[in-house]
Design a protein around this ligand. Structure first.
Ligand code: IMP
Length: 455
């Protein structure tokens, strides 16, 4: 295990850390924002989620799709930290490490918390079988009471792995991969509990070979062992030296298990509230929270999307925005910008600045619609309704803004934007009450307008 340092609690808190969080349903373009800020930070830290996330970063003309490894890995000399709040599929992680190595990326900066939980094959099996059950309306479930269909998960085992973490006795942590006795006992218990459940769900004996699973876990433990450490002490030692850390949120606030559109959410705290629990670093150390939002809305999987466009306009935005999942390849559902939702997310996260992405995708429309309130049972409200059953009842109240005809991909400064695009950004800033620190008008690093002093 890597060395960790003892830290002091004396003196004032060094609040020079930053966070990048998604303000919608994931896929907001957080990778680009992290990429822009990474250079100013000594460590880039993932604190939630697992291989369900997909961050695309384009560096030096090369596109990297990262699922588990923090984007900081692309910066030599920085720590890329997978903290305790993440659930790690070690086989996927090794695949990702190997893919980076073949492209010449130095991955020695990666460290993994010994307390991060392990996603095991039976978690993925359970995730898929639960989804199949929900999809088929199977079993003897009462139908139509709460309108729950499949969640539309990535089937990467995320929910079942977090559930086992909370169940405790059978939860396997990364550090356990290095303790054969503990590992064996935990796997034995987990499989004893899972087998009848999986048999019932699958209608046949599940394919779990315990001795082989144990061997496979020991093998990945041997490979990843040198990277497994106490990341909490590591992060505090960095903070004690006055060096800044960047926290990289995965998924999006509206998929947050507590604050998102439950039950159509992921299983972790995706917003800034996930940082203290998922890393051991208090929020007092984080002075900047950059909230990343698309200039429109997208969602993958099931659940309400009040501004959804199921027409040619939606198709056009999907095509122009290349709205197909990084992790699953699924076409994303698309809608106009929902400012009720974004305002709520900005509030939950304590957002200090916005990064508005994919503004270029909206070029060519005569009119741009934004949802500024909801109507529910004939009443108007400006409050977001995070409960999925409630949110499914709302109708958007629209504000119409002028469009912009020109392609804006070549604009370098905010003043270069056509009047319609500038007005759109100002409208978002006024409505959310937070300035746009970053405006992105294309996939390349150069196609980004950054407010002075931000990066
Ligand atoms: P899970 O995280 O695989 O359990 O999936 C739960 C829900 O979150 C599904 O609707 C997924 O499509 C969605 N989801 C999870 N991660 C992401 C992400 O990074 N971007 C967009 N949607 C996501």
């Amino acid at each position: 295990m890597a060395n960790t340092t003892r830290c002091s609690n004396a003196g004032p808190r060094k609040a020079n850390c930053s966070a990048v969080v998604g303000l919608q349903w994931g896929d907001e373009g957080k990778g680009k924002a992290v990429d822009l800020l990474a250079a100013q930070h000594d460590a880039v830290v993932r604190y939630n989620g697992g291989a369900n996330a997909g961050h695309s970063v384009v560096v030096g003309g090369t596109r990297y799709a990262l699922h588990l490894i923090p984007s900081g890995i692309l910066y030599p000399g920085k720590h890329a930290v997978i903290a305790n709040g993440v659930v790690v599929d070690p086989w996927k992680l090794i695949e990702e490490l190997d893919a980076l190595a073949t492209r010449g990326v130095d991955t020695r900066g990666l460290v993994i918390s010994s307390r991060a939980h392990v996603v095991l094959p039976y978690h993925k099996l359970e995730d898929g079988l639960r989804e199949d059950l929900l999809k088929g309306g199977g079993g003897e479930r009462a139908q139509g009471v709460v309108g729950i269909s499949e969640i539309g998960t990535t089937r990467r085992g995320i929910g079942p792995a977090y559930a086992d973490k909370v169940q405790r006795a059978s939860g396997v942590r990364m550090g356990d991969l290095l303790r054969p006795g503990v590992l064996g006992e935990k796997l034995d218990l987990a499989v004893t509990i899972k087998r009848p459940l999986l048999r019932e769900l699958a209608g046949k004996q599940p394919d779990i070979d315990l001795p082989r699973l144990r061997e496979a876990c020991e093998a990945v433990g041997a490979r990843l062992g040198p990277m497994i450490t106490d990341t909490t002490y590591l992060l505090h030692s960095i903070i004690d030296q006055g060096r800044p850390i960047l926290f990289e949120g995965a998924n999006g606030t509206l998929l947050d298990v507590d604050h998102g559109t439950y039950p159509f959410v992921t299983a972790s705290n995706c917003g800034s509230a996930g940082i203290p629990a998922g890393t051991g670093v208090p929020m007092a150390n984080v002075s900047r929270v950059l909230g990343v939002m698309k200039a429109y809305s997208t969602r993958v999987g099931s659940g309400p999307l009040p501004t959804e466009l199921k027409d040619a306009t939606g198709d056009r935005i999907r095509e122009r925005g290349r709205e197909f999942g990084t992790t699953t390849g699924r076409p994303r559902r698309v809608g106009w910008l929902d400012l009720v939702a974004v305002r709520y997310s900005a509030m939950i996260n304590g957002v200090t600045g916005l990064a508005i992405t994919l503004l270029d995708v909206l070029a060519g429309f005569d009119e741009l619609r934004v949802c500024t309130a909801y109507s529910i049972n004939g009443e108007k409200t400006e409050r977001f309704l995070p409960d999925a059953i409630d949110l499914a009842q709302v109708q958007p109240v629209w504000t119409s803004l002028p469009g912009f005809g020109e392609d804006i991909g070549a604009c370098k400064r905010r003043e270069d934007l056509p009047a319609g695009a500038r007005r759109y950004v100002e409208f978002v800033e006024e409505s959310v009450g937070v300035p746009a620190d970053i405006i992105s008008v294309g996939p390349d690093r150069e196609q980004t307008m950054v407010r002075a002093g931000v990066a």
